[in-house]
Design a protein around this ligand. Structure first.
Ligand SMILES: C[S@@+](CC[C@H](N)C(=O)[O-])C[C@H]1O[C@@H](n2cnc3c(N)ncnc32)[C@H](O)[C@@H]1O
Length: 221
């Protein structure tokens, strides 16, 4: 058996997508609406990653979820759709403009009751949750915002997750930049720093997978 991952050609990726369940109509609508924003729409996760994240929500029976990086709401809507009523998904962003579309998506998907948007720098929101006594209570966290703060977000998630809780970190391969020695900008360095730390962090069991732009999955001890 090969120890290497199979590279997905566009045709093979289409095949994988075709074998997965169809995208929820609200998520398909949100993808179309977000595409109208132009290049920035690349920040949105893929539908295959959304479906994987829904599996984590279901496997954990997640009732309390933190998302760091809402944008137009694809990942939050996907996760909220997989949560049972009565659950709470707190999502952080600093953009009033982009999260307007997210609010519309939650309403259309019928999940607005379980989503709470915090429009503030995510570190402030994390620290407010810790100050409010929420340490050790989160079932699932998703880190997908400014890369420079990835390590700080990781530490906040270590505090906030319950034992057995899961943190997902997006963009950990950063378009391949992580292994390109000619690239040395602050975002790339921050991702490399976190990637170098996660595998040796005794507080978690972790794996890195090649979905989307690379996803780290870690379970809190
Ligand atoms: C990659 S996008 C998130 C994509 C989203 N998860 C999705 O599936 O569509 C990153 C988001 O993080 C937000 N962001 C950047 N810096 C932030 C900060 N310090 N605090 C909170 N949000 C921040 C940006 O405004 C942007 O909407």
């Amino acid at each position: 058996m090969s120890s290497r991952a199979i590279g997905l050609s566009p045709e093979l990726y289409d095949y994988v997508r075709a074998c997965m369940p169809p995208e929820h109509p609200v998520l398909a609508w949100l993808r179309e609406e977000t595409a109208k924003l132009g290049g920035i729409s690349r920040m949105q996760i893929g539908s295959d990653q959304g479906q994987l994240m829904q599996i984590f929500v279901r496997m954990l029976g997640a009732r309390k979820v933190l998302e760091i990086g809402c944008f137009t709401g694809y990942s939050s809507t996907a996760m909220a759709l997989a949560m049972a009523p009565g659950g709470l998904l707190i999502t952080c962003d600093v953009s009033e403009q982009h999260t307007k579309l997210a609010r519309e998506a939650w309403a259309r998907a019928g999940v607005a009751d379980r989503v709470s948007l915090r429009l503030a720098p995510a570190l402030e929101t994390c620290d407010a949750l810790i100050a409010a006594g929420e340490s050790g209570t989160l079932d699932l966290a998703f880190i997908d915002a400014d890369k420079r703060n990835y390590e700080a977000y990781w530490e906040r998630c270590m505090t906030l997750l319950r034992p057995g809780g899961v943190v997902l970190v997006d963009n950990v391969l950063w378009g391949g930049s992580v292994i390109d020695p000619s690239i040395d900008d602050e975002d790339t360095r921050a991702i490399r720093r976190l990637n170098g730390k996660v595998g040796r962090d005794p507080r978690v069991a972790s794996a890195m997978i090649g979905i989307g732009d690379g996803l780290t999955i870690a379970v809190r001890s």
